[in-house]
Design a protein around this ligand. Sequence first.
Ligand SMILES: Nc1ncnc2c1ncn2[C@@H]1O[C@H](COP(=O)(O)OP(=O)(O)OP(=O)(O)O)[C@@H](O)[C@H]1O
Ligand SMILES: [Mg+2]
Length: 258
Amino acid sequence: MAIVICVTNQKGGVGKTTTAVNLGYYLAKDKYHTLLIDFDPQGNATSGLGIEKTEIETGMVEVMLGQAKISDAVTHTKYKNLDVAPTTPELANAEVELVSRQKKFSILRNALVDVMDKYEYIIIDSPPSLSLLTVNGMIASNYLLLPVQTEFYALEGVAQLLGSMKLVRKSMNPNLQLLGVLATMYDKRTSLSAQVLTEIKKYFKEKTFETTIPRNVRIAEAPSHGVPVGEYDKFSKGSRAYKDLAREVELRTRGGKK
Ligand SMILES: Nc1ncnc2c1ncn2[C@@H]1O[C@H](COP(=O)(O)OP(=O)(O)OP(=O)(O)O)[C@@H](O)[C@H]1O
Ligand SMILES: [Mg+2]
C-alpha cells in the first residue's frame, strides 16, 4: 500500500513544487515506486519534469471530473520508478465545477484506490490555497509535509493550515499526521534565516526536519531544463539536501525498512 504525502502550504512560492518533485525523484532513485500527482492548476510539477502541458490528453482534470481513472492519467518519466499524473490549467475550472457536487472532498481519495497497490509513495503537490483541491489532497493522504520558507512572515497562515488539518482529521481522515516541517531557501549568511529556523523549531519541535534546504541557484535553474536538481547537478548543495530529505522521509514513514 502506498504511503501518501501531501506537500502543502497555502502560502505561495515557499518551495512546495520543488520539494514534491525532488523528494519524489530521490525516493524513486532509492528504489521506491513513486507517483507524483500534480494537483496545482499552475502545473509546475508537470513542466518541472519536462512534460509539455499542451501534449497532455488525460491528466488530473479528467480524473477529478470522473472521466478517467488515475492509472490512465499516469505518465512514466525518464527516471526509473518515477511516474507523474500531470495537470493542465483547466484544473482550476474543474475545481469550480466540483464545488456543487456531493462527496466533492473525497474525489481524490476514491480515485487513488486504483493505484494504491502500484506504488510505495504517492506525493501530491498542492496549490497555494486552502481550496477544494487542497482539502482533497489532505483527505487522500497519510501525511502532510509542510515546507516553510525561512523568510519574514514564514509562519503566517500556518495556524490556519493546522486548523484545516484538525478539521480534516475530525471529519474525514482521522489518520492524517504531520510528517514534518521543512525549512526551505535557507540562507546561512543571513541572521534572518537562522532566526526563522529557530522560530520553526520552537513551534514544531521534533516535527522539524533535520534537513534544511539551502537557497541554491541550481535548484531554481533545474525546472527551466525540465529536470529535477539531482539530474541537473547532482553534486550541488541543493540536490544533496533533497537526497537527505528523502532519507529522513523514509525513516519517518517506514523506520528505515525497505
Ligand atoms: N532552495 C531553493 N533555492 C533557490 N530557489 C528555490 C529554492 N526552492 C525553490 N526555489 C525557487 O523559488 C520559486 C518558488 O518555488 P516553488 O515553485 O517550489 O514554490 P511553490 O510553493 O510550489 O509555489 P506556488 O505556491 O506558486 O505553487 C521557484 O522559482 C523555485 O525554482
Ligand atoms: Mg507550486
